[in-house]
Design a binder for this molecule. Sequence first.
Ligand code: UN1
Length: 510
Amino acid sequence: MSRADIAEKILARMGIAGAGDGVRDEDGWRPGNGPPIVSVEPTGAHEVARIGSCDRDDYDVVVEGARDRFHEWRARPAPVRGELVRALGAELREHKEALGELVAFEMGKIRSEGLGEVQEMIDICDFAVGLSRQLYGLTIASERPKHRMMEQWHPLGPVGIVTAFNFPVAVWAWNAAIAAVCGDTCVWKPSPRTPLCSIATQHLADRAMARCDAEGVWALASGGADVGTWIAEDPRLPLVSFTGSIRIGREVAAKVAGRLGRSILELGGNNAIIVAEDADLDLATRAIVFGAVGTAGQRCTSTRRVFAHAKVVDELLGRLTRAYSTVKIGDPLENGVLMGPLCSEASVKAFEAALVAARAQGGTIVRGGEVVPGGGYFVEPTIVRAPRQEDFPIAHDETFAPILYVFSVDSVEEAIDAQNAVTQGLSSAIFTESMRHAERFLSPIGSDCGIANVNIGTSGAEIGGAFGGEKDTGGGRESGSDAWKAYMRRQTCTVNWGGELPLAQGVEFV
Ligand code: UN1
């Protein structure tokens, strides 16, 4: 069976025949007049599909549709809006296997992680359905007699959602499920590297929308960088959620801020695990391998740096090396495979360039380091024993590949400082049996990241918490906790139920 046939078969299991159209709004599917997007599966590097994309006119039609639908959608009671998200969750439950396999096929993460990504979508749907009855505001004590103050949350408007190839479906769902219950409509520009994943997801969303008389709440505007720029510059989209590189994120942030819009930025991570002298090395080894090798190092939460105490660093390196040698690399859909390919030729080049720099800066490759010959974008999971981080500038870059830099440190304090010394601030972890080390790590003088874990690795966060990071990671929060507030506008209301008009701050004006 050809690689294209495999894709077609997986789509057919979801009842999707043909996936050439790249634009979907209230009026239905159309190819779009933009340049075609080519889907290249990374396991064999074969072209598997060509998908239409938006030109400027197509894009404008989609955004106008999202605007029209917003005017109706915002007036539906939030728990009724929750029904749409419930219906999406039901579609995802029914098609979890097929969609998970499509993610594995087109993006290259292993099947179990593909299914996990779809489970993450289901989880956020469940969360959002509950949230639809919990969009709480505060009641505030007024200083004036017979006055009541309160805060309420209203829908904001159509939201632009720009997602990356590495989580081609879950990150849309984090945004789309929360935005929908908040009364917003959505315009999605997915990564052009994973168009089939977005088309399949949109088809499932279509079915949920049809069932709830909600066509157009979730629209799709496939395209390349130009569509992303239109979204960033578009005053019709009061909120833009962008996931991607720090470099592009800066441009998006400036454009959105320039029109006084709001952005949620989920940019690069450069996540570290600290292994204290007293760590449970079994746990630490397993967490590091999952964090560094899982998804072939292509999560923004992937583990890229380890700071191990000098007394345990050699033992840890031995364990990691042994664990790495058991990692089976291959077709992500095959049983037993733990690491699939990188997603593109460019990623393989970035892997090679990082290792050239690492060697030149005094790093020693302890394990891996090579591109795997043959078709597809396979590389070896790689461990580099690094000198002091100050002398090793490559460790400041996020290379989206399975490269792990291991540093030796003399104390937890030194490790925390080194961990925080990079510009990114997404995820972090410490392995220790000591309450003092753990609490220091979580304290204001500890990790400066948006996510800080104890005896858990850096990746694989649950949807219930707010997800995001500080510094160059962009400061945005998505998913659980009170991240929904970014998708709504806050209104402070004061009601005078008395017969007088007292002024605040005791001002007299008669
Ligand atoms: C990402 O890499 O963009 O915490 C998101 C994790 C996943 C999400 C990662 N739940 O690893």
